[in-house]
Design a protein around this ligand. Structure first.
Ligand SMILES: Cc1cc2nc3c(=O)[nH]c(=O)nc-3n(C[C@H](O)[C@H](O)[C@H](O)COP(=O)(O)O)c2cc1C
Length: 207
């Protein structure tokens, strides 16, 4: 069982990564393989709504982290996305990354397990948590929660170290995430199939 932890922060070893690592270390203790994927300082093009991916099943921008990630993501069982809070939302590169990854390749996420972690100096965490969960909720994913909303506080990673409650929340998230992955594996072994999906119906509110 494999989980990809995606760090949207330009800081590969900052607060967001400190939070992701708390989840990752817990998953490793639970016997789950983890891969860290950093978006870093790379400029990620936003979705241009060309809808070419609806014909080709891939994004027209092929040479950035999104396509690298999607190749890895095919074999993953779960995903944990992490972002610093920028103006009470996820950071810009993470937003562009998720728009393109989910819009072009929803099948890569369908039926898999997902969660997020967010890091802020002070506030905007729950708005960012909501923002993440909307990608999972529209993609037929199994969302894992913790004992609190998944956030840590700090401007520098040393400050996250002092957020003992935040880190504990993320350890609990790791245990819960591993439990869900193991339960799904058991269900598969027992022959319990994932639910069928109906043929999609699209309705418009404006006619
Ligand atoms: C452009 C920008 C906007 C930010 N907006 C917020 C904000 O709305 N709320 C907040 O608490 N912190 C805000 N911060 C601080 C970061 O969210 C915070 O320091 C975060 O933990 C940094 O994570 P990192 O070390 O992984 O990059 C902002 C930082 C930047 C650079």
């Amino acid at each position: 069982m494999k989980v990809i932890l995606v760090n949207g922060s330009p800081h590969t070893d900052g607060c967001t990564f400190r939070g992701l690592k708390e989840v990752g270390d817990t998953l490793i203790k639970e016997g789950i393989e983890v891969i860290y994927f950093h978006i870093g300082n790379e400029a990620i093009h936003g979705c241009i709504a060309c809808r070419k991916c609806k014909e080709t099943h891939e994004c027209i921008f092929k040479n950035d982290s999104v396509s690298k990630f999607l190749k890895l993501a095919k074999d993953a069982d779960g995903f944990i996305f992490g972002s610093p809070v920028y103006y009470a939302g996820m950071n810009g590169s993470m937003k562009s990354f998720l728009d393109r990854a989910f819009y072009s390749s929803g099948d890569v996420f369908d039926g898999k397990v997902a969660s997020c972690i967010v890091s802020a100096r002070r506030s905007g965490t729950t708005a960012t948590y909501d923002e993440f969960n909307k990608y999972f909720g529209i993609s037929n994913m199994i969302i894992v929660s913790s004992k609190y909303w998944n956030n840590v506080h700090g401007q520098y990673k040393e400050q996250v170290e002092e957020d003992l409650e935040g880190l504990q929340t993320l350890r609990q998230l790791g245990h819960n995430f591993a439990y869900v992955l193991k339960a799904l594996e058991l269900a598969k072994k027992e022959g319990l199939a994932k639910p069928n999906k109906e043929k999609p119906i699209f309705t418009n509110f404006v006619r």
